[in-house]
Design a binder for this molecule. Structure first.
Ligand code: CAA
Ligand code: FAD
Length: 385
């Protein structure tokens, strides 16, 4: 029963999706995980499989080629994929919770008709906010867009952009009027052929199959029709989408922690020392019990935030809590899982050490853990000061 949330009810459709994604993750992604990690490359057949499985338009309406499922369904898919490979999980997460959601929420009918079917069917998306000099301070971005007739000319650089090595559709945040500060930030839709240059592909500690690149824009011409959400509205789009996206990262970290737990615990009941299974020593059993509590708490926070979002209730504080806590749990459970398996846990053979390497990113992207704490603290200050 591992990974089945206990205090939440799921629709039949959501339960079925969990089972389908779990099977896809184990059968199709599973055999590629180690090779993709070692080659630092997402296998094209895995990307294609995600499209074929309907995982690239989970919330997208059926008339736009999507699966028309709930937000919670997207979160379930991210969690199930992360149990097997957090890299594939973040690819699907960014594509759905960040890219598709911008189109679904802020796109004009024409933009939705044009882009959503492509994104559901075959074209991978990237969300380009961070820059070399602006990570946490995202609204200080330096990329500029200047109007030229019916086009915008974009100049600047983006850094650490997930999916960007394979992506064909890019949401780029640029400032059209720096005199207005962050109220000049505008979101543009761009395609690779408009002149997006991949300047550098990062080599990373974890989620190594997920591409992370620096992008340069050198007088890149984008049609005015590709402004999404309105001029000067980009900062609000970015943070409102990130509030949702953070629930996705919480689900990724939850799935990762559960995946490590599921991989290591059975070993502790097979491995015998001093004449008994090592998992039956109280020192080990209590560690596993505490990890189970951590997993349950991360699960409850994550699905609570997802349901609040889905019901149209305030969820920013709960999303920050879920992302913060699931990242803590992912690091601690995957770290302990290595120790539970002893020497073999430290080798590449078991795949357990990879979960730990992959866990570190949870406290960094989509807002560092300090940014989540700052977000939560602002609610406390508002209520009590
Ligand atoms: N929700 C809604 N609105 C928010 C908000 C939130 N959580 N935080 C701030 N805002 C709004 C404020 O209301 C304000 O808007 P108005 O002027 O219209 O009222 C505006 O943003 C500025 O507010 P602040 O001055 O308080 O904000 P700031 O400039 O100090 O920082 C921030 C704002 C950049 C959003 C920062 O809090 C933050 O979240 N930084 C992290 C950036 C981030 O998450 N980047 C992720 C990149 S994508 C990615 O990482 C994907 C991936 O890896 C997979
Ligand atoms: P900094 O902001 O420089 O932070 C450094 C340290 O200072 C952190 O510990 C931070 O918590 C702390 N700090 C900063 N400000 C404060 C404060 N006010 N109070 C307390 N402490 C503070 N970005 C995208 O736009 N799109 C993507 O697809 C994307 N994918 C990514 C994938 C990977 C693998 C990585 C590593 C990053 C990705 N990012 C992406 C960028 C990511 O969102 C940023 O790295 C993150 O927001 C942190 O920014 P930074 O790296 O500049 O760190």
């Amino acid at each position: 029963r591992s990974g089945i949330p206990s205090l939440h009810t799921f629709t039949d459709e959501e339960q079925m999706l969990r089972e389908t994604v779990s099977k896809f993750a184990q059968d199709v992604v599973g055999p590629k995980v180690r090779e993709m990690d070692e080659n630092e490359q997402m296998d094209p057949s895995v990307i294609q499989g995600c499209f074929e499985q309907g995982l690239m338009g989970i919330e997208t309406s059926a008339d736009h080629g999507g699966a028309e499922c709930s937000f919670t369904s997207a979160i379930i898919a991210i969690e199930e994929l992360a149990k097997v490979d957090p890299s594939v999980s973040v690819m699907v997460d960014v594509h759905n919770t960040l890219v598709n959601t911008v189109f679904r929420t802020y796109g004009t009918p024409e933009q939705r008709d044009k882009w959503l079917p492509q994104l559901a069917e075959s074209k991978l998306g990237s969300f380009c906010l961070s820059e070399p000099a602006s990570g946490s301070d995202a609204f200080a971005l330096q990329t500029r867009a200047v109007k030229d007739g019916d086009d915008w000319i974009i100049n600047g650089s983006k850094m650490w952009i997930t999916n960007s090595y394979e992506a064909e559709v890019f949401l780029i945040f640029a400032n059209i009027d720096p005199s207005k500060g962050y109220k000049g930030i505008t979101c543009f839709i761009a395609t690779k052929d408009m002149g997006i240059q991949i300047a550098k592909k990062e080599q990373k500690l974890g989620i190594r199959a997920s591409s992370t690149c620096t992008l340069n824009f050198d007088d890149m011409r984008v049609p005015a029709a590709n402004v999404i959400g309105g001029e000067g509205k980009g900062y609000k789009i970015a943070i409102e989408i990130l509030n949702e996206g953070r629930i996705g990262i919480a689900a990724q970290m939850l799935g990762l922690a559960q995946g490590a737990f599921d991989r290591a615990v059975p070993y502790t009941f097979e491995r015998k020392q001093f004449g008994q299974a090592v998992g039956t020593f109280q020192g080990m059993a209590f560690q596993q019990a505490r990890a189970a509590i951590d997993l349950e708490s991360a699960r409850l926070l994550t699905y609570n935030a997802a349901r609040l979002k889905e019901e149209g209730r305030p969820f920013t504080r709960e999303a920050a809590m879920a992302k913060y806590w699931a990242s803590v749990v992912a690091q601690s459970v995957s770290g302990q899982a290595i120790e539970w398996a002893g020497g073999v846990g430290f080798t590449r053979e078991t795949g357990i050490e990879k979960y730990w390497r992959d866990s570190k990113i949870g406290a960094i992207y989509e807002g560092t853990s300090n940014i989540q704490l700052q977000t939560i603290a602002k609610f406390i200050q508002k209520q009590y000061s």
